[in-house]
Write a protein that binds this ligand. Structure first.
Ligand code: NDP
Length: 280
């Protein structure tokens, strides 16, 4: 008897796992993609606490589940529990999605970086090539997006973090992929930057990173990975107050990484524009 998954016969079953999970918009997004593409599926939220991913995924496969989105705090644990990884997950050491193959093999992948870069480039029209990019934070979200940001060939990617050892670790891990440097906030090289991405968790408590306003200029684009109903976060308000050219929250990133998962699971690329608009 499964503790977490009871999947009656029916349409292909998917879910998002994490803890807490009640706030997750992933079911709304995947079900909307399904309606848009004419694909029947079930998609639910399932609360899985830390340290339970390995047993949960075994139950999920036995119950007939087809794929999982994976969120906080399970991404690194999922990476360790899954035996096969696509290159994006192998690079980052974290999985934000998992696919069950017809023979029951589970494959981990990480679409967070793809989601961020698609949102920046396709939805907001940014060109990252040759630009100076400042990434705030060195936790799971930062780690997940660094390879994709470096793939876009910025002239420099600076990581600023309160705990410098964590930022230094990311520089060692990814130094083969491009120009990457780590600093404590106090020593961040002079701005203005072309793009500043907030990947700290401070927006969750309406706080802002201790960044000098000199990082922001009249042509700086600012991005907060956190998302809100109206697109405002305290960090983005601070950026606007300091003259930023454009400010975006992370709703588009969420939808774009979900679209990438959907395409891998169902073989169809959904149109993300109407879904992002609908979620606002
Ligand atoms: P983690 O807990 O792994 O990392 C938190 C980061 O915030 C660390 O760099 C930490 O610094 C920093 N931080 C926390 N408190 C402070 C503080 N008081 N002062 C300075 N820095 C601080 O979180 P995640 O990386 O998983 O998530 C970060 C954010 O990204 C969240 O808001 C999350 O919702 C969002 N996110 C959005 C996604 C989307 O699709 N839009 C996808 C994934 C994440 P230190 O290392 O010093 O502790």
């Amino acid at each position: 008897m499964s503790k977490w998954f009871k999947i009656p016969p029916g349409d292909p079953y998917f879910c998002v796992v994490g803890s807490p999970i009640a706030h997750s918009k992933s079911p709304d997004i995947h079900l909307a993609f399904g309606r848009q593409c004419g694909i029947a599926l079930r998609y639910e939220r399932v609360e899985i606490p830390a340290d339970c991913f390995a047993s949960a995924v075994t139950e999920f496969v036995a119950a007939g589940g087809r794929g999982m989105s994976i969120t906080v705090p399970l991404k690194e644990e999922a990476f360790r529990a899954l035996s096969i990884h696509r290159p994006r997950a192998a690079l980052t050491g974290a999985a934000n999605m998992m696919t069950v193959t017809p023979n029951g093999t589970t494959i981990g992948d990480n679409a967070d970086g793809t989601g961020l870069v698609r949102d920046l480039v396709d939805n907001h029209g940014l060109n990252l090539g040759g630009r100076r990019v400042l990434l705030l934070g060195a936790g799971g979200a930062a780690r997940g997006v660094i390879p994709s940001l470096l793939e876009a060939r910025p002239s420099a990617l600076i990581v600023a973090n309160r705990t410098i050892q964590k930022a230094d670790y990311l520089v060692r891990r990814f130094h083969d992929l491009g120009s990457l440097q780590a600093f404590n906030y106090r020593y961040v090289p002079d701005g203005p930057y072309d793009l500043i991405v907030n990947a700290t968790s401070l927006s969750l408590s309406s706080e802002i990173p201790p960044l000098s306003s000199a990082a922001v200029g009249a042509e700086t684009c600012c991005y907060d990975m956190m998302y809100t109903a109206d697109g405002h976060t305290r960090f983005l308000d601070w950026c606007r107050d300091n003259g930023a050219a454009a400010c975006y929250d992370g709703l588009g990133m969420l939808v774009e990484q979900a679209a990438n998962s959907f395409a891998l699971w169902h073989g169809v690329e959904p149109d993300t524009g109407p879904i992002i608009k609908g979620l606002r």
